[in-house]
Design a protein around this ligand. Sequence first.
Ligand SMILES: O=P(O)(O)OC[C@H]1O[C@H](O)[C@H](O)[C@@H](O)[C@@H]1O
Length: 533
Amino acid sequence: MSLQNTNPTNTQAWQELEKHFSKVKDIPVLDLFNKNPNRVNEFSILWEDFFIDFSKNKIDTKAKKLLLALAEELQLSAAIEKQFSGEKINETENRAVLHTALRAKNKPDEVKENLAKMNVFSEAIITGKHTGYTGKPITHVVNIGIGGSSLGPEMVVEALTEYRNHLEVSFVDNLDRHQIENILKKLDPETTLFIVVSKSFSTQETLHNASIARDWFLEQAQQAEYLEKHFVAVSANTDKVAAFGISKANTFSMWDWVGGRFSLWSTVGLSIACAIGYENFENLLGGAQQMDKHFRETPFNNNIPVCLALISLWYNNFYKAETEAVIPYAASMHKLIPFLQQGSMESNGKGVDRNSNKISYQTGTVVWGEPGTNAQHAFFQLIHQGTKLIPCDFIGFKKPIHTYTEDHDLLMANFFAQTQALLVGKSKAEVLAEEKNLGEESPILPHKIFEGNKPTTSILIDKLTPNSLGKLIAMYEHKWFVQGVIWNIYSFDQWGVALGKQLAKNTFKAIVNKDAEEVKDASTKRLLKHYLS
Ligand SMILES: O=P(O)(O)OC[C@H]1O[C@H](O)[C@H](O)[C@@H](O)[C@@H]1O
């Protein structure tokens, strides 16, 4: 057993963290600021167009030191090198994990070829050189895929609205027929391109939706040869693509060494290239490449993904915080949360360690959130005054993507005010001074007090661009990786999604046969009977 397969709770650093935690857990963060005039410097990182302020977290100098020692003791550097050098670190699937190779300066030849093909194709769609079966240019692109074959591209396409061209881009992922019907009814088969994206090309939702789209198309186009102009596929399973009826020329390859949730950098990003142009897609890759370099080369105490990962681990394993929230102050980033949920929770929601033993400590956190300012009016009440500890990442931009700078100032004033309110709170004395009609004995008084001391990390970026978005996404990818290394789990498989898929097949059979007895447990049997009645 190498040191990298160690139960983290058995390390010396963990033991010391436990001891230290019991001493410092109740110290208010404001006291830490008072005792340490250098706190903001010590707990912030300025890197290129990113400024990360960790100082509002419940962490002192010693805890930081011990967390960094934990990373060293568990040989994080060696683990990072293993990933970048293409070792088969996804051991349960016997695969390398090389999404970083997709955005590296020197890409593997097969990647270069497929990206070049993507460049030419997206350009032809955008310029109208590629026409539909009646000679009209394509106006609408529909990405059919789910999970990693949808969340990343959709998030990027939505976030970068200011970089969009004239093409309308939609995403169909859900098995609910309602979704695809709603999209198709607005489309014209003559001017629509479908991109069927599935690494495995055996995902129920995607194949089902792709068949619906094909039938819809053929209903009007009539001739199967016209499919060639309107259906392309992205997949690692070219045989299955061919069996579905999409030609080799219309197939973009991806590879088993790219995990679905890390695949937006590959040909899975075809819808991105169509929506914002290939050059902008390359800028996205360029940003990720810069973050990869930062992650690989920067000492841990100044390393953004490493610090984010360790602070999150501190809350998860010592404060026993169950969740963490992400609040982007950019309405166009509303799809960032589901993307991060898959990335973090599918990667690190594991209960068995690398030695195949059941884990006795906490692993993956629950990630949730919503863009600010909407979040303020929905769930911030609980974060400010509830009983749960919820560390939050606030993401904001110095410059807006529009020209209304004062409006942007108003938005960002909310960002800063919220992190400040969460930290500082409002004391009894302050409430009384502000509200003269409230007496000391008023039953309303306790409701108006804010304890403060609620932790936030501020991620302040110059501007939302393809480059900075690439950096931001790669930053979170590396955060999950670091946590997986420390938790001693395999972050790159997802066996936990298999059982439900398997049972759905039998359940569907039971429904078709109208035979609830095929289902084993009493509750589901009763539900099925009711459904069938
Ligand atoms: O790209 P596909 O093979 O269609 O897979 C789509 C998604 O489905 C699976 O259930 C996995 O949980 C995801 O990791 C994956 O991204």
